[in-house]
Design a protein around this ligand. Structure first.
Ligand code: SAM
Length: 209
């Protein structure tokens, strides 16, 4: 646990206005862990894909990344290049949509900081700046500011997510999908592990695949 980023220390409410207007009440660490434990195996599978359509500043996604990186560390801490590759796969499988720009930015920042500190701790002098840049870029595409109900981004364009796949060496292949198409294809296979009721029902979704 990174004490500086402990969910317990983070306020669960920013203002009454934001609660009223956007249903913005963040989930505390204990509940986040209890809910994620319902799908513990998936949170510890490095490449399992998670999409949270109202991710706030990332309490769930941050914990999912921590769990995945703990597995990467256990398996590859003595092989820096493999560690980098699998840590990148872990990050690239995490997706979020958030209506408010400051929350989306904070979510991206937290995920990046966790990756960077784990990666540099594990790989020391063999840390590869290109891997860090790749993760920064992936997060800029995976954590989007948009509306999960209209499926439009902050520019009123359809939300597009990328599927990332490692090919030979350090090459990563990207395929783009409109979120509306993904939801049309996956509605039944998706496993809903968390729902909250504000003005609308949104949920955290684990995409099987
Ligand atoms: C109850 S908070 C939960 C945040 C986070 N999932 C957590 O548990 O800590 C709901 C979040 O959904 C966001 N939100 C509300 N309506 C949304 C929408 N239509 N699309 C995307 N995000 C939305 C709010 O800005 C807020 O950050």
């Amino acid at each position: 646990m990174h004490m500086g980023d402990s969910i317990l220390k983070r306020s669960l409410i920013k203002s009454k206005e934001r609660v009223n207007e956007h249903g913005e009440v963040f989930t505390a660490e204990r509940e986040v862990n209890a809910m994620l434990d319902l799908v513990k195996n998936e949170t510890e599978r490095i490449d399992s894909r998670f999409l949270e359509p109202a991710c706030g500043d990332g309490n769930f996604l941050v914990e999912i990344l921590r769990r995945k990186l703990a597995v990467v560390k256990k398996r590859y801490k003595k092989q820096p290049s493999e560690y980098g590759k699998y840590a990148l796969i872990a990050v690239s499988s995490i997706y979020g949509v958030e209506l408010l720009k400051d929350n989306a930015e904070e979510c991206r920042r937290r995920l990046f900081e966790i990756f960077k500190s784990e990666y540099t701790e594990c790989c020391g002098k063999t840390t590869d700046e290109e891997c860090i840049d790749a993760v920064r870029f992936i997060l800029s595409r995976n954590i989007l500011c948009g509306d999960a109900l209209t499926l439009l981004d902050s520019n009123q364009k359809p939300i597009v997510f990328s599927e990332w796949a490692m090919v030979t060496g350090n090459m990563v292949k990207r395929r783009d999908f409109e979120l509306s198409m993904l939801l049309a294809v996956h509605p039944r296979e998706s496993l809903f592990v968390y729902a909250y009721f504000a003005k609308h029902i949104l949920c955290i979704t684990l995409i099987r695949g």
